[in-house]
Design a protein around this ligand. Structure first.
Ligand code: FAD
Length: 553
């Protein structure tokens, strides 16, 4: 018989479909409190657009819960502090969560579990964030795979061999009814009778009703979160499970695109299709990050399309299915490698000490700080790089190869700045920021991790963009000040004669910056520096590194 009072703590699982913790709550509970903990003010690096995406996702979840007669209780405060208070006030028997693989999230959950236990509640974690559990991958890899602090294979071929032996559970539909919580008034009353007035006020938010922070409909500010600078526009990607499922349906309905998907052939310069709004890739990552879309549902839709095509589809590591494996790959390494977030040799996936500029954010190197700022503010003077950064800042998403260009330019390609500083900027601006995916991909792009050893392959900030979009339409869309430049100068406007610049209404050095670095010189110097670091590392560790000369893409 169902008799438990359950608190379902939503985190990066903002959906009702394919939610094992929710289904367990439905089958065991008489009363269910859906809760989200909002840390205000927060120390997290989370930009305005990402906050809006998160709030939209929470609003979507709340309205779906309300359609079932329930609601979302948005509690202000840190989870380890506020959840035990809720457990006590609402006489909760069990707190259920979708488990998180990140080391810091596991430590936090451990703390919450202990504090909840003191109030007489149990704490249980359920799968759903990833296709595979880390424990399954470790068991599948066996001890033989362990290599200097990296317990799982470092190549996709090796990783896929382990993953392919595991079964991905079938996605479950959303429940059609759920146990209800106490009505809002009683729930608040019980909290009020337990807490002192100050704690009650801070926990329940400015309207004292555990509702979501309000977003200004005119300028998108969120005063409660201190987001006070007006925004001209929100991201074109709106948060929430409903949007995620609609986008999944739209993309999957283009079967030919799904079957032929090959990541390196998708364009970082693609503009949205005027009818469908689609670009070459799915743009489902922000929804995956906040759990608005279950990875298992995404996986099952791709495998169904493959089955129907009787094997006529692209293959790993470039296929659409393989993209989900890359996500698993980085999550699993992030969960199992100590120091995974660092650009120093304290991270076993980056074993060679590299003399990056700004290895620490506190380094006193004013010139390097200026370079980092120019890159982050789309002022490098290379239109391809600045257009990628502008799209990222205004939309919160760019294509994978746009991210490659930005990351290569900041690190091995041009500015020789530590990838950790770049990862911090991305953490702020990406809608889809996920700690392990961001850090792992940055390490990769720096060319100094064991995941990718072709450090001598550098993306040209001119030729690479040109190879996708010779006309420069993408640049013109994101950098309107360059819109009138003829195509032969759009990637290198500083080379245009003054008369051409005047005619285009944009003087380089005044209306658009001059290049902050000479790419040819800088990339050559960087290759020499990296080569020396790898040689020193080899002397020290006795381990080999791939040799190479500068090689431009
Ligand atoms: P699709 O190509 O349609 O792929 C489908 C899904 O597979 C994505 O939604 C995503 O969940 C997953 N995926 C695809 N490529 C990768 C990859 N290389 N690594 C991990 N998962 C992948 N992705 C994030 O989700 N969060 C991040 O914080 C993040 N930071 C990155 C930082 C850098 C420097 C780079 C180079 C890449 C980063 N990526 C990150 C990976 C990748 O760029 C995005 O996942 C992808 O571009 C999202 O677009 P999409 O949904 O159209 O992807």
């Amino acid at each position: 018989m169902k008799k438990l009072t359950t608190l379902l703590w939503f985190r990066r699982d903002l959906r009702l479909h394919d939610h094992p913790a929710l289904l367990h709550a439905v089958s065991t509970s008489a009363t269910l409190f859906p809760v989200y903990c909002l840390e205000v003010p927060t120390k997290k690096r989370c930009g305005h657009l990402r906050w809006l995406f998160l709030l939209e996702s929470l609003a979507d979840l709340d309205s779906q819960l309300r359609a079932l007669g329930s609601r979302l209780f948005v509690v202000r405060g840190k989870a380890p502090d506020v959840l035990p208070q809720l457990v006590k006030a609402w006489a909760v028997d069990q707190v259920l969560v979708q488990s998180s693989p990140e080391p810091f999230a596991r430590a936090r959950d451990e703390e919450v579990a202990q504090r909840v236990a003191k109030e007489g509640g149990e704490f249980h974690g359920f799968p759903g964030r990833t296709l595979f559990e880390v424990s399954q991958l470790l068991a599948g890899a066996g001890n033989g795979a362990s290599d200097k602090g990296i317990p799982l294979p470092v190549t996709m071929t090796g990783f896929a061999k382990v993953a392919d032996r595991l079964t991905v559970p079938k996605p479950e539909p959303a429940p059609t009814s759920i146990p209800l919580p106490l009505d809002s008034e009683s729930a608040l009353h019980q909290l009020k009778s337990l807490l002192d007035p100050v704690s009650f006020a801070s926990l329940t938010g400015p309207h004292h009703d555990l509702s979501l922070p309000r977003i200004s409909p005119t300028d998108h500010t969120v005063p409660e979160l201190g987001l006070l600078t007006p925004l001209a526009a929100r991201s074109p990607h709106t948060g929430g499970e409903s949007h995620a499922l609609a986008r999944l349906d739209t993309y999957m309905s283009h079967t030919a695109k799904v079957l032929a998907f090959e990541k390196p052939k998708t364009s970082p310069a693609a503009l949205p299709d005027p009818v469908t709004g689609l670009v070459d890739t799915t743009v489902l990552s922000p929804y995956m990050t906040y759990g608005c879309l279950s990875p298992r549902l995404f996986h099952s839709r791709i495998t169904s399309a493959y089955r129907a095509a009787k094997g006529k589809h692209s293959k790993p590591p470039v296929s659409l299915l393989a993209q989900l494996y890359w996500r698993e790959f980085f999550f699993a390494h992030g969960a199992t490698v100590d120091g995974f977030e660092l650009a120093t040799e304290a991270n076993p996936t980056c074993p060679t000490p590299i003399d990056w500029r700004l290895l620490s954010a506190a380094d006193s190197d004013p010139e390097a700080h200026d370079d980092l700022k120019a890159w982050a503010e789309a002022r490098t003077g290379y239109p391809w790089i600045d257009a990628c950064m502008t799209q990222l800042r205004s939309e919160g998403w760019i294509h994978h190869l746009g991210r490659h260009s930005l990351a290569c330019f900041l690190t091995r390609g041009d500015l020789y700045i530590s990838w950790e500083r770049g990862a911090e900027v991305f953490e702020d601006v990406l809608l889809d920021h996920d700690w392990a995916l961001n850090r792992g991909n940055w390490a990769w792009l720096s060319g100094t991790s064991v995941f990718f050893r072709q450090w001598f392959r550098v993306y040209s900030p001119v030729k690479w963009g040109q190879s996708w979009d010779a006309e420069g339409k993408y640049i013109k869309r994101h950098l309107p000040q360059l819109a009138k430049f003829p195509k032969q100068y759009i990637y290198e406007p500083w080379k245009a004669p003054l008369a051409v610049q005047k005619q285009a209404g944009c003087i380089v050095g005044k209306d658009y910056p001059k290049p902050i670095v000479d790419h040819a010189e800088a990339s050559k110097a960087n290759m020499a520096k990296l080569k020396a670091c790898f040689a020193r590392g080899r002397d020290k560790n006795g381990a080999g590194e791939d040799e190479g000369d500068a090689d431009e893409d």
